[in-house]
Write a protein that binds this ligand. Structure first.
Ligand code: NAD
Length: 488
């Protein structure tokens, strides 16, 4: 594959107005998962660069806060236009990062634009409150203020999505940010940092410091950081909670899931099968937090639905992520491929359900990349590891149910609660599903489509805090009450 000229430009750290290519965290040979070959050498942040980034953010935040709301609004809109104009480069870098198919990649840049435009709109509209004080004519004047510097730690699966959802509201609320992408997917985030500069945002308002766990921990522990927003796994979230405990630092977490996708017999079955395949093994090869990895099907349509699902999955084109016709690419790394194939092998050897399609690594011209066939198991017990542990690969479980109560009980019988899907043509049942499913987002007859006006986040171990809507703006503010007396 011909190296993309944008790769070298994006292999850097952005701190203040500096572009750093030699950093104290060392260098990382970044591998393109589609071919298993190195496509860039990434400088990694260590504690030194994290400290420099936080200092630069802190200085820029004072400058940002001193601007009028109108000016901040205009600059965020200018950033949205810069992202829009750069859509093609951002999309390609996103593919180089983690091999998301190019057909899907532009959607993430578009999401970034939507979040920037939406939150730019809040800059001059967010208001406070006046509350009376009992027994006097004093008033409580309640307002929201930024934390100062916010650390935004994003995962490799959709770093631009994580940036859209957290950075746009954090900036709109008046904060500066230090974005820490992982070494596995740093390229598109760095390009976004460059766009922040060209759009005219104060230097240092958005710093981008790719790095591994040590850099993340340094950011969490830095006393100059007022708040951490983290998107990633529950295991890392627990470490972050421990590290943040020292400074009693506020946290918000967007974590994983083991989401149920319930298909009732009265649903539009073709549409439901398409969504089950798309939001199951196909989207990002199942490496999506919103993966509907447990597909619950009403018994009267159970065999028929399996056929439709297998048909949809087998018809998906797997291949070169840069080919516009590709619907499913590889998984992120050799070790992820080994782990996922191990999960499949274990399920087969334990007799956990019936493997009805997939289960193998893809060979032929794709053998050097980390491609795994979309894999479906039927008759999976909900108490099996396959149904309980987030596989984070193209593997889904199908299970039957007889009644609505049973479907809800199975769906909610998980430690996670990020999203839930239900397919039905019964209006009243749709409303019951919204009420009864324990998840931060319930999608009825549709797929997971995160929009800036809809708060997104998890119940239970899928996290806390919400991104999107006014809740997303509030996530990056702290409340101040000023009492003003008129006595004496
Ligand atoms: P991860 O937890 O391994 O890493 C996430 C980020 O944390 C990376 O930037 C990593 O470098 C950093 N990190 C690692 N150790 C750290 C430490 N000790 N201190 C601070 N930072 C540290 O997750 P991942 O494999 O990159 O992403 C996959 C997970 O993310 C899945 O569980 C997925 O469901 C979840 N996810 C959730 C959402 C959501 O919106 N809820 C979105 C995308 C991904």
């Amino acid at each position: 594959m011909t190296p993309d000229p944008m790769l070298a430009a994006a292999a850097a750290l952005l701190i203040g107005d500096e572009r750093i290519t030699d950093a104290s965290g060392g260098a990382y040979e970044h591998v393109f998962p589609g071919t298993g070959t190195v496509n860039a050498t990434i400088p990694l942040a260590g504690a030194e660069e994290i400290d420099a980034a936080v200092r630069s953010a802190s200085a820029a935040q004072r400058e940002w806060a001193a601007l009028s709301p109108g000016r901040r609004h205009d600059l965020l809109r200018a950033l949205a236009r810069a992202v829009e104009a750069d859509a093609e480069t951002l999309a390609r870098l996103n593919v180089h990062d983690y091999a998301v198919p190019i057909a899907m990649s532009p959607g993430q840049g578009a999401m970034l634009v939507r979040f920037l435009d939406y939150y730019a709109g809040w800059v001059d509209k967010a208001t406070g409150e006046i509350a009376p004080v009992a027994g006097s004519h004093d008033i409580n004047m309640i307002q929201r203020e930024p934390y100062g510097v916010v650390g935004v730690i994003v995962p490799w699966n959709g770093p631009l999505v994580g940036i859209a959802m957290a950075v746009a509201p954090a900036l709109a609320a008046g904060n500066a940010v230090v974005i820490k992408p992982p070494e596995l997917a740093p390229l598109a985030p760095v390009r976004f940092g460059e766009l922040c500069r060209t759009a005219g945002l104060p230097a240092g308002l958005v710093n981008v410091v790719p790095g591994g766990p040590a850099a993340g921990e340094a950011l969490v522990r830095h006393p100059g950081v007022g708040k951490i927003h983290f998107t990633g796994s529950g295991a890392t979230a627990r470490k972050i909670a421990v590290a943040a405990a020292d400074g009693l630092k506020p946290l918000s977490f967007e974590l994983g899931g083991k989401s149920a996708n319930i298909v009732f017999a009265d649903a539009d079955l073709d549409r439901a099968a398409g969504i089950a395949a798309f939001m199951g093994p196909l989207t990002q090869s199942g490496q999506s937090c919103a993966c509907g990895s447990r597909i619950l099907v009403e018994r009267s349509i159970y065999p028929e639905f399996q056929e439709r699902l297998v048909h949809a999955v087998r018809n998906a084109s797997i291949g070169d992520p840069f080919d516009p016709s590709t619907q499913m690419g590889p998984v992120i790394s050799q070790s992820a491929a080994d782990r996922i194939l191990g999960v499949i092998k274990e399920a087969v050897s334990q007799g956990t359900g019936r493997l009805i399609t997939g289960g193998n690594r893809v060979g032929g011209p794709l053998a050097d990349g980390y491609f795994i066939e979309p894999t479906v198991f039927a008759d999976v017990p909900n108490d099996s590891p396959l149904a309980r542990i987030e596989t984070f690969g193209p593997v889904v479980s199908v299970m039957p149910f007889d009644t609505e109560d049973e479907a809800v009980a199975i769906a909610n019988d998980t430690e996670y609660g990020l999203v839930a899907y239900a397919h039905t043509s019964d209006f009243a049942r749709a409303h019951r599903m919204v009420r009864r499913l324990q998840a931060g987002s319930v999608w009825i007859n549709t797929f997971s489509d995160i929009q800036p006006s809809g708060p997104y986040g998890g119940y239970k171990r899928s996290g806390y805090g919400r991104l999107g809507g006014i809740e997303g703006l509030h996530e990056f503010t702290q409340v101040k009450n000023a009492r003003i007396t008129f006595d004496g």
